[in-house]
Design a protein around this ligand. Structure first.
Ligand SMILES: C[S@@+](CC[C@H](N)C(=O)[O-])C[C@H]1O[C@@H](n2cnc3c(N)ncnc32)[C@H](O)[C@@H]1O
Length: 282
């Protein structure tokens, strides 16, 4: 039942918009309509982005204290909602900070470039490339401070991890998307072990496959020297897309050795060969 005091129409939208956020920008991003209202998809997207922003706010504030250049990369950026909102809320005066968006879809990159120019977000840069091919881009700095991947589909999240690791990003923040690779491998696994019941049904296979993948992603990041925190992004309906993984660089060799043992052992327990499994070349 709708409460009498619940704001309606535009006033409801206003109560959902963060202080300092440009309404004009949200309109230009089509999150808000021209008359300032929001549909349920936009509301959900804005909620996700704001939740992610609140999780990374402490990291951002630390980075913003620095005087040297700071480079943030959003991979699988789509319409770059995240980048635009971050820039608007935190980066307009942070002249040492650049935010990059990597996206394969040319049309989205072109629109985002126009929007960045319209709002004079001069330190927003766009790379129209696959994540896995982006490291070679000369305009991208070798050392990155923060890599973000919000709902990078399937193994694009793994590309984001490899991208973050290869540039030794100080922080890698992931909200994985749907995951199909592991479910396929689990289905093909010849096993009579009781544990197979965990993924006997297709629905369980997708859920468990997604869960296992994220567990292995965490172990891979720990094995690469990152402290990992896993939490729920926001209590909403798409449970499979609601996990937040925050990895921050840690300088501790014994931690890495221990994590590698756990990653290897976990990969041996369920011997499927996916992007996240420990292999001998690791
Ligand atoms: C589900 S959308 C999410 C977009 C955005 N991060 C957001 O949350 O609104 C995933 C985006 O990643 C892009 N993408 C998928 N695989 C990619 C890859 N390998 N390299 C770069 N972009 C990729 C897709 O084109 C799509 O725009």
């Amino acid at each position: 039942m709708t409460s009498r005091t619940e704001p309606k129409g535009e006033s409801k939208e206003k109560s959902e918009i963060r202080e300092g956020q440009s309404v004009e920008l949200l309109k230009a991003l089509h999150i808000l309509t021209r008359d300032g209202t929001m549909n349920s998809d936009s509301r959900r997207k804005l909620k996700q982005v704001y939740h992610l922003v609140s999780f990374i706010e402490p990291i951002l504030k630390e980075l913003l204290k620095r005087e040297q250049p700071v480079n943030i990369v959003d991979v699988g950026a789509g319409k770059s909602y995240l980048g635009f909102i971050l820039y608007d809320l935190f980066l307009k005066d942070a002249t040492n900070v650049k935010i990059w968006a990597i996206e394969t879809r040319h049309d989205l990159v072109e629109k985002s470039e126009k929007l960045a120019s319209q709002f004079k977000f001069d330190r927003m840069k766009f790379i129209n490339e696959k994540i896995s091919d982006s490291n070679s881009k000369s305009e991208l700095p070798k050392k990155l401070d923060l890599v973000l991947a919000l709902h990078a589909c399937d193994t694009a999240t793994d590309d984001a991890i490899d991208f973050g690791l290869s540039s030794r990003a100080e922080h890698i923040v992931l909200v994985p998307c749907c995951q199909a690779e592991m479910a396929e491998k689990l289905k093909a696994l010849p096993s009579t072990h009781a544990i197979r019941e965990l993924w006997a049904h297709p629905h369980h296979r997708r859920e468990f496959g997604s869960h296992l993948t994220n567990v292995l992603r965490g172990l891979k990041l720990e094995s690469s020297g990152y402290k990992v925190r896993v939490t729920e992004l926001v209590g909403w309906e798409h449970s499979m897309k609601n996990e937040l993984i925050v990895a921050s660089e840690l300088d501790n060799k014994s931690y890495v050795t221990e994590a590698r043992k756990r990653w290897k052992s976990m990969s041996e327990q369920i011997p499927v060969n996916t992007r996240t499994s420990f292999t001998t070349k690791d």
